[in-house]
Ligand binder design. Sequence first.
Ligand code: HEM
Length: 69
Amino acid sequence: MDGQSAASPDYPKIGGQHKDYLAKALRDYKSGARKNPVMGAMAAPLTAQDIDNVTAYYAKQPGTLASRY
Ligand code: HEM
């Protein structure tokens, strides 16, 4: 729900990720520019409005992104 996946390298943590980054990833899965069977299927039915909504939601969740240097 908050975009913090279980501790597995197979599932990225998207909570708090930049909205533009998330939207590009979903557009690329949808177009086939980025290939992954699971996410390709998840992204296929999404409209541009859906992508705007879902990425706004996840970008607002608390995240683990940090500037360390
Ligand atoms: C609201 C539902 C979901 C959204 C908005 C979403 C969004 C995303 C995004 C933005 C990425 C790219 C992350 C990155 O580049 O750092 C991603 C990758 C991924 N997601 Fe999802 N996801 C959702 C549901 C799921 C579900 C239900 C599964 C598994 C059953 C899943 C499995 C994966 C996997 C395995 C990847 C990595 C694929 C790769 O290597 O390209 N996602 N997801």
